[in-house]
Design a protein around this ligand. Structure first.
Ligand SMILES: Cc1cc2nc3c(=O)[nH]c(=O)nc-3n(C[C@H](O)[C@H](O)[C@H](O)COP(=O)(O)OP(=O)(O)OC[C@H]3O[C@@H](n4cnc5c(N)ncnc54)[C@H](O)[C@@H]3O)c2cc1C
Length: 471
């Protein structure tokens, strides 16, 4: 392949944009094909013109953390003084009480009902010391993983209901994979130790500091895209990929564009950040892979602050949302001066009742939930709208790993195709990892080395990812 080959990068989210960046820098001709009318994917920011000014909403509030100092420097250089340093403060709301997140013993002792405390103490003394924590994250369930570390009492109170609501499946059917990378505490002993003064060599379990652009997370990707277009990358917005033309085990062309105006783009190489199941469908590989979706219910509020929390995790199963967020907590520029806004993150499956319901039908339920959380709903401006992430979470059902590997192996038969990013590898990863994966995909083309195996399991260590953030 010569440097003048056309590389089609499918999807202009963080992974696709970074792949295009590397290829463009190395002199390749790049066409970046995106379904939506803006770049950024799930890391984009929406603008809302309200009756009282302009508001901005992420697709679920994001923050930039990374363990890669070069990537942090890259984002800092790109954003200049648009990048704020923020601190995260989160709480768990459960049965009318508010707990610190992550759980800490001092706070539990102060806030938890006696029954819960006695149960947790008895688990700590009489159950956990006699059971080994489950280690086999490929085959164990989320429920087994958590119970073996935190005991049945904390599992039932803090994890079970929240997890079932978030994933839409019973936690006994969810893979331990998710817990092993995403629960920012190690075990109940760790919860207890957080009561003690921290020594300087104590490993961090949780990243509090993060970077956030003044005008929303999506600004990082808008700026990246502007730079790419200025430097000759062809960016096709509103061009959903609808199919692929293959010859043997080669991809020959991409069919994209709105129905009725689909064009064919001939390609030499393809870097795809589209959902793995979608690519499998295009090539007719049967699979059982599914996504959990999110509906965000967004509302301007005619008051300055709702609370000082970045996130409120909503554990009660009878509240629809899993998190309540106030975008202004990330950056004061997300709402007009003197005002704020709210976002409820409601998990659902595409096409189910919660996904399909009219905003007007959903609004009274959201208001009732907010009132039960003590939010003064009279401050609402009366405006509201929903935004949607269809591919929010790869559904990590027990056994999904084998299915994922099988599909990946079949796609890897296509020598001129590299799948990458969160969607392309069907992984629950943060933006920084998606960006690194995009770079890795591009570099494997530039260096002419097949790194697809490395990309699929990139940063897949069984550690709490947040612990090593340098941001
Ligand atoms: C609720 C929530 C909160 C999160 N919070 C954080 C956070 O605080 N910090 C953090 O670092 N990460 C966070 N993440 C993760 C972050 O959103 C993702 O890791 C990141 O966006 C993945 O980038 P990607 O490019 O791999 O995929 P995506 O962002 O999904 O981009 C894929 C792109 O492909 C496009 N596409 C899809 N189908 C087609 C098609 N047929 N044709 C053309 N284009 C198509 C999409 O429109 C999209 O632009 C969060 C995720 C969620 C769901």
């Amino acid at each position: 392949m010569t440097k003048l080959s056309t590389v089609a990068v499918l999807g202009a989210g963080p992974a696709g944009l970074m792949a295009a960046w590397e290829l463009n820098k190395a002199g390749y001709k790049v066409v970046l094909i995106e379904a939506e009318n803006q770049v950024g994917g799930m890391s984009a920011t929406l603008k809302f013109k309200g009756n009282h000014g302009d508001y901005r909403f992420d697709y679920g509030g994001h923050r930039f953390i990374t363990r890669n100092p070069e990537l942090l420097q890259f984002v800092e250089d790109l954003m200049g003084d648009e990048l704020l340093h923020s601190l995260r403060k989160s709480v768990i709301r459960f049965q009318g009480r508010t707990y610190q997140y992550p759980l800490a013993l001092g706070d539990l002792l102060k806030n938890a009902p006696t029954g819960l405390l006695l149960g947790a103490a008895s688990d700590l003394l009489f159950k956990l010391p006699f059971n080994q924590p489950v280690q086999d994250r490929d085959n164990a369930s989320f429920a087994e993983w958590i119970e073996s570390r935190f005991g049945p009492t904390l599992y039932r109170n803090f994890f079970e209901g929240y997890t079932a609501k978030l994933w839409g499946i019973d936690p006994t059917q969810l893979s331990a994979d998710w817990a092993s990378q995403r629960i920012s505490l190690l075990d109940l002993k760790d919860v207890a130790q957080r009561l003690l003064p921290q020594r300087s060599d104590t490993p961090r379990t949780y990243a509090r500091k993060y970077r956030y652009p003044k005008l929303g997370f999506g600004r990082i990707f808008e700026k990246l895209a502007d730079h790419l277009v200025e430097n000759g990358v062809e960016l096709l917005l509103n061009h959903p990929v609808q199919g692929l033309r293959t010859e043997g085990k080669q991809l020959k062309a991409i069919h994209c564009g709105p129905k009725g105006a689909i064009k064919e783009i001939a390609v030499d190489q393809v870097i795809a950040t589209l959902p793995l199941p979608m690519m499998a469908d295009f090539i007719q590989i049967p699979h059982q892979l599914r996504y959990r979706s999110l509906r965000f219910f967004n509302m301007p509020m005619l008051t300055e602050n709702i609370s000082d929390n970045t996130w409120q995790y909503l554990s009660d199963p009878n509240i629809m949302a899993t998190r309540l967020q106030e975008p202004r907590r990330r950056s004061p520029y997300m709402a007009p001066t003197g005002q704020t806004s709210l976002m409820m993150e409601i998990p659902c499956f595409k096409g189910d009742n919660l996904w399909s319901m009219d905003n007007a039908q959903l609004q009274p339920q959201v208001m009732a939930d907010l009132r039960s959380l003590g939010v003064n709903t009279d401050a609402s401006s009366g405006e509201y709208f929903s935004s949607f992430s269809e591919h929010a979470y790869p559904l990590m059902q027990l056994g999904y790993q084998q299915e994922r590997h099988r599909v990946i192996e079949q796609l890897n038969d296509y020598q001129n195709l590299i799948m990458t990013g969160r969607q392309g590898t069907f992984r629950y990863i943060f933006t920084d990892t998606a960006m690194e994966m995009g770079q890795l995909a591009a570099r494997s083309l530039i260096d002419k080395q097949d790194r697809r195996g490395e990309i699929f399991d990139f940063r897949n260590e069984p550690t709490v990812i947040e612990t090593q953030s340098v941001a």
